[in-house]
Design a protein around this ligand. Structure first.
Ligand SMILES: NC(=O)NC1=NC(=O)NC1=O
Length: 173
């Protein structure tokens, strides 16, 4: 899909296509639409990031809370969004052993109890060994620093999803 096509989309089309760039936060795509025209994918990505950065911490934490746990209940129940399902299965999280799954569930619960939002990481850039390691490493960080790190992961996920939608190589972003 080229930028001419993106810039010609009406509001409904744009939100249909880009509404899940940020997991379960179609409002962000709805807001970004009014910033068109976009010069390229990077420009589009910058507007998504700028919207997130302009939110108060309560809004930023709200974005994190829209993310399903990695290898959590939603994955077990098959209620993940298509994008999340793909990302989590690519990281090998759909084929964890019982032990691995329980350990991740315990770490996720500790993380959520400490920060008040779920652990978020760009699963496509990680794998089944790295996820619990990263979770454990980030578990001990000061809350303000961890909020910034988690939002950084949301932006990485968004960049990869935008690259998928526009058929661009994500490493070129
Ligand atoms: N809690 C999460 O990190 N969730 C996710 N990471 C991804 O890459 N996709 C998700 O749904």
């Amino acid at each position: 899909m080229d930028m001419e096509k993106v810039n010609s989309m009406d509001f409904g089309e744009f939100v249909d296509v880009f509404g899940n760039v940020i997991e379960r936060c179609p409002l962000i795509a709805a807001a970004v639409w009014s910033q068109r025209p976009f010069s390229d994918l990077e420009d589009l990505e910058k507007h998504f990031s700028a919207f997130i950065d302009a939110l108060p911490p309560s809004g930023q934490e709200g974005i994190l809370r829209c993310h399903p746990d990695l290898a959590g209940r939603e994955l077990q129940r098959g209620t993940l969004t298509a994008e999340s399902q793909r990302e989590q299965s690519r990281a090998g999280l759909t084929s964890l052993g019982v032990e691995e799954r329980l350990r991740l569930a315990e770490l996720n619960a500790r993380y959520r109890a400490r920060f008040g939002f779920p652990f978020v990481l760009a699963a496509r850039l990680s794998d089944r060994e790295a996820v619990p390691r990263e979770l454990e490493r980030r578990l001990h960080r000061p809350p303000a620093q961890e909020l910034r790190a988690a939002l950084g992961e949301v932006k990485k996920i968004g960049r990869l999803r935008l690259a998928d939608l526009l058929g661009t190589d994500p490493s070129r972003l």
